[in-house]
Design a protein around this ligand. Structure first.
Ligand code: SF4
Length: 289
């Protein structure tokens, strides 16, 4: 059993090792750190802030997406802002309302009124938030986005893409994304080998204030079913999640060959990167109908 100091040092060392192994950072990178206000993103922000002390030419800007989820996001925004102030890191907020003209709550309500119930709030949120983070990173002139996807998140995403049969996404989701489009900011995931439990413990041990209230839409997510299944497997067969991550790494070159033809294009309506002529964001917002 490690003492608190040794535990935090071991997590920080693991993150540094991941960054080195995947060649995530250059000495003069400007990182847009995606900060939701939850334990994982704030643990990451704190670790990157520590790392920056030894990399004076690295710049950090926290980017928070305000989806407009009543009773949830306001608290997270305050917590994210307070952490950024404490760490003296600039904080940039991108709201769905500014970017898309309506909040996630309004979008979900509108869809339900029209009887479009096949998509969950998370299905809208995932697509629109990915776009918003990319736009936010460009607004602050960052050359990379750092996200706090943990080992759990990564393995859940791998299984979700397999279960959906989405080979293109399966090949694109990786610890460091490729330069697939000039407007797509490269993403790095320094927590991809850190289990969620360790990231949470790091936040508790370092006494980092974070939001622990779940989003009101969280119960609808397909991810929840996959998470429960993986947690049951991990409990019975320790190391399952890490094995899935490592197997995926070995299979990725072959999967990339299969998915090669699905390169990024430019959306005919908004000009943003897209897998098809019309991007998923425009499709979900009902543009072009
Ligand atoms: Fe968005 Fe769903 Fe996460 Fe809520 S639980 S923030 S709706 S993805």
């Amino acid at each position: 059993m490690l003492c608190k100091k040794c535990f935090t040092q071991s997590i920080e060392a693991k993150v540094r090792a991941t960054i080195t192994r995947y060649h995530m950072l250059n000495f003069d990178d400007h990182l847009a750190v995606a900060v939701s206000g939850g334990k994982d993103s704030l643990s990451l922000l704190n670790i990157l802030a520590k790392l920056k002390r030894y990399r004076p030419k690295t710049t950090l800007t926290a980017v928070t997406i305000d989806e407009g989820i009543k009773g949830y996001r306001d608290e997270a925004l305050e917590i994210a802002a307070a952490n950024c102030q404490k760490l003296e890191i600039p904080h940039h907020i991108v709201s769905f309302r500014d970017l898309y003209g309506l909040t996630l709550d309004e979008l979900v309500q509108k869809a339900r009124k029209k009887g479009q119930t096949q998509l969950t709030a998370c299905a809208y949120c995932g697509v629109l938030r990915r776009r918003a983070i990319n736009v936010g990173a460009r607004q602050v002139k960052a050359n990379k986005i750092a996200t706090a996807h943990t080992l759990d998140d990564e393995v859940q995403t791998i299984l979700m893409n397999i279960l959906r049969g989405d080979i293109a996404r399966l090949s694109k989701e990786k610890p460091v994304t490729s330069d697939a489009h000039p407007l797509l900011v490269r993403k790095i995931k320094p927590f991809c080998e850190i289990p969620e439990k360790e990231s949470a413990l790091y936040a508790y041990v370092r006494k980092i204030a974070f939001q622990d209230m779940p989003c009101s839409y969280a119960g609808e997510a397909f991810r929840n079913d996959v998470r429960s299944m993986l947690n049951r497997m991990e409990e019975k067969h320790v190391g399952t999640k890490f094995t899935v991550l490592k197997v995926m790494e070995r299979l990725r070159p072959a999967i990339e060959q299969t998915a090669k033809k699905e390169d990024f294009k430019t959306c005919v309506l908004c000009g943003e990167p897209s897998a098809l002529d019309l991007c998923k964001t425009c499709e979900l917002l009902g543009h072009g109908r």
